[in-house]
Design a protein around this ligand. Structure first.
Ligand SMILES: Cc1cc2nc3c(=O)[nH]c(=O)nc-3n(C[C@H](O)[C@H](O)[C@H](O)COP(=O)(O)O)c2cc1C
Ligand SMILES: [Mn+2]
Length: 629
């Protein structure tokens, strides 16, 4: 345990982290004016897609054409190396190992060698935040607070306006005073009005539900990177974000009291926007191009009224862009998943490893390796995880053997091919909790889940391994000739993917708002006809897996597997889109974007557009970047 304790020293400020990046050549500084509307976000997106540096816009241009007084930083955490640097680790798992060390003090060795407990003690103390009377975040108080003067980008064409995309939203429990700091995107409605997108399941929403009067809120921007990580992390229940930030820093987090309400906020943040919400007041929030590569649907969310804005002397405002992966939040999420894995393993003893691929927006797929000492243990592992904190949002969980490399997507296909019996190893769970962002789910916050058992059966389990597949490319060639099939490709000897064009179906660049039963019926017929034509082929007897998706995935393109992974999980609903053949030995997975419809037990709600930049802007940004980098 003692070895697990690290001598960490977190960053003092965002500025210090930025200087470190700059000295490593990891900052692109842009000193000419850049539009906050679309341009800044597009540059950040193109940078993250090419594994490029972070960017600082010294002259962010507001919508009225004037230049914001404050610099904007984007893509700060856009590679694995930068997230590790921000966390001060070589491997994020070091963090969780340290936490587990704190969770199980080794009393025996403490008694024998008391001095070895010093490190542990120091880390334990470092968890409680420390109140200070003067915070750097309050060096300057803006006379006439106006959030529209801050460098807040609008990232996508259909976004409802500018959004703060890395906000640290502080609230406190009205009964206990316990503080929470969660990252909930915040929409700029006006100079002193901000929309707060805390989803139902989150702590901010919990505080709002419990409060029956004005509720104080503070939105902090910037600050030491460990504070940002802390606000995103799905922490064990008894650990607060302030304590976790202290743990990440190796010293107590300094907090200071707001000027116009009683909240305490991290003292070293770059900006603090203070205000309150009133019970019952809400406003339509969104649309917003979101993590899953789709716009999240508009809905009513609380409005924060701004009472003060303070900032550091030379503040940097960090923001991000989310959209079709890979994006910066993917690297943040991966690091957090790795960091908290040891804690998860400590609490769920049969979990060996987990991986939530960023290509699927995290909540749509988890690959979990599990112990399997007794029959069906891996399924029990999956059920346990689905009840653990934010894992409740997962749509598909694939459980694999203990020695399976969870991050290797080829290995995933191998296990689906070699270890999954249809239908026995597909376990569907009806009517479970869904992420609010899950646009595929038939109802807001509710969907079916799928556990795929891709493990080797334990001794004593009567299930037999599936027959070895033997289908070759000739099947793909005959399938390509089927009416309606655009492309067909074998993924494994029993696994094929085909693409198709759905007539009148949602096009990536626009949303489909209204149900159209006629077109939806035609889509169902078309998919069924493709599926059945394939299943009718004599040669397809052993085709256990058939994936069908739209032809905007080009199966001949260089990056087709990553693209496919995104489409297969972000256009698919378990309850609606899994179909078995009559003998129930083959399954078809329909991941074509569905046409809205209320026909049938599982409706398709409005279908959002994919996050896409104006192609002309992308061209301009790419040209410019290739000259600058
Ligand atoms: C860039 C980014 C934006 C996010 N936006 C939201 C959001 O708008 N609403 C939300 O509920 N969660 C959002 N999240 C996820 C939460 O920050 C995360 O679930 C966090 O653990 C919530 O904290 P809590 O458990 O204290 O509520 C976002 C995460 C990231 C990385
Ligand atoms: Mn919390």
């Amino acid at each position: 345990m003692m070895e697990a304790l690290r001598n960490v020293m977190g960053w003092d400020s965002m500025e210090q982290f930025v200087r470190a990046l700059e000295s490593r050549g990891e900052i692109l500084r842009v000193s000419h004016p850049v539009d906050l509307k679309f341009e800044a976000g597009c540059i950040a997106d193109r940078l993250v897609k090419r594994g490029g540096p972070a960017v600082i816009f010294d002259q962010p241009r507001l919508e009225d054409g004037s230049i914001s007084k404050y610099a904007l930083a984007m893509n700060l955490f856009g590679t694995r190396e930068r997230t590790n640097l921000a966390l001060g680790v070589d491997r994020p798992a070091e963090i969780g190992e340290m936490m587990v060390g704190l969770m199980k003090p080794d009393i025996g060795s403490l008694l024998r060698k008391p001095w070895t407990g010093l490190g542990l003690l120091r880390q334990g103390i470092s968890m409680a935040p420390r109140k200070v009377s003067k915070g750097k975040c309050q060096q300057v108080r803006i006379e006439d607070p106006d959030v529209t003067r801050l460098p807040i980008p609008t990232t996508w064409p259909f976004d409802g306006g500018p959004f703060m995309t890395l906000p640290l939203v502080v609230t406190s429990d009205p009964d206990t005073g316990t503080h929470n700091m969660g990252m909930y995107r915040s929409q700029v409605f006006g100079p002193r009005e901000v929309g707060l997108h805390w989803q139902k399941h989150k702590h901010g929403a919990d505080h709002a539900d419990a409060s029956d009067g004005r509720m104080p809120v503070a939105i902090c921007l910037g600050g030491p990177p460990q504070v940002i990580f802390s606000s995103i992390s799905p922490l064990p229940d008894n650990l607060s974000e302030y304590e976790f930030a202290g743990l990440l820093s190796g010293r107590r987090l300094k907090i200071t009291k707001c000027l116009t309400n009683d909240l305490w906020v991290p003292a070293d943040c770059d900006f603090v926007i203070e205000g309150y919400t009133t019970p019952g007041e809400s406003r339509l929030e969104g649309p917003f191009g979101d993590h899953f590569g789709y716009y999240s649907l508009e809905d009513e969310y609380p409005v924060m009224h701004v009472t003060a804005i303070t900032h550091r002397k030379d503040p940097t405002v960090p923001m991000t862009i989310v959209g079709v992966p890979p994006m910066e939040d993917g690297y943040l999420g991966e690091a957090i998943g790795d960091a908290l894995l040891p804690v998860l393993r400590f609490q769920h003893r049969d979990v060996v490893d987990t991986f939530l691929p960023l290509e699927t927006g995290f909540h749509n797929l988890a690959i979990v390796s599990s112990k399997q000492r007794f029959p069906r243990q891996a399924r029990k592992t999956a059920l346990g995880l689905l009840g653990a904190g934010q894992m409740m949002f997962l749509k598909v969980v694939v459980v694999v053997d203990e020695d399976h490399p969870v991050k290797d997507l080829e290995a995933l296909l191998d296990s689906l091919e070699g270890k999954v019996n249809v239908p026995e190893d597909l376990v569907e769970l009806r009517g479970m909790v869904a992420d609010t962002l899950a646009h595929t789910s038939p109802w807001e916050n509710i969907h079916d889940k799928l556990i795929i058992d891709a493990t080797t059966a334990a001794e004593g389990d009567p299930i037999e391994s599936p027959e070895e597949g033997s289908l070759g490319n000739s099947l793909a060639i005959s399938v390509s000739a089927i009416d309606g099939v655009a492309q067909a490709r074998m993924l494994r000897p029993s696994m094929m993917v085909v693409t198709t064009d759905v007539e009148g179906g949602p096009r990536p660049e626009e949303s489909m708002e209204e149900a159209d039963e006629h077109l939806a019926g035609r889509q169902k017929d078309k998919i069924a006809s493709i599926r059945d034509s394939i299943w009718k082929l004599e040669a397809s007897r052993g085709l256990r897996w058939l994936f069908i998706t739209d032809s905007d995935a080009d199966l001949e393109s260089e990056d087709w597997k990553r693209r496919l992974l995104w489409q297969l999980f972000c256009r698919f609903d378990v309850g609606r889109d899994l179909h078995f053949d009559d003998g129930r030995t083959r399954v078809a997975w329909d991941a074509t974007a569905p046409i809205p419809s209320n026909d049938g037990p599982l409706p398709v709600r409005r279908w959002p557009a994919v996050t896409l930049h104006d192609p002309e802007l992308v061209r301009r940004v790419d040209d410019w970047l290739s000259q600058r980098l």
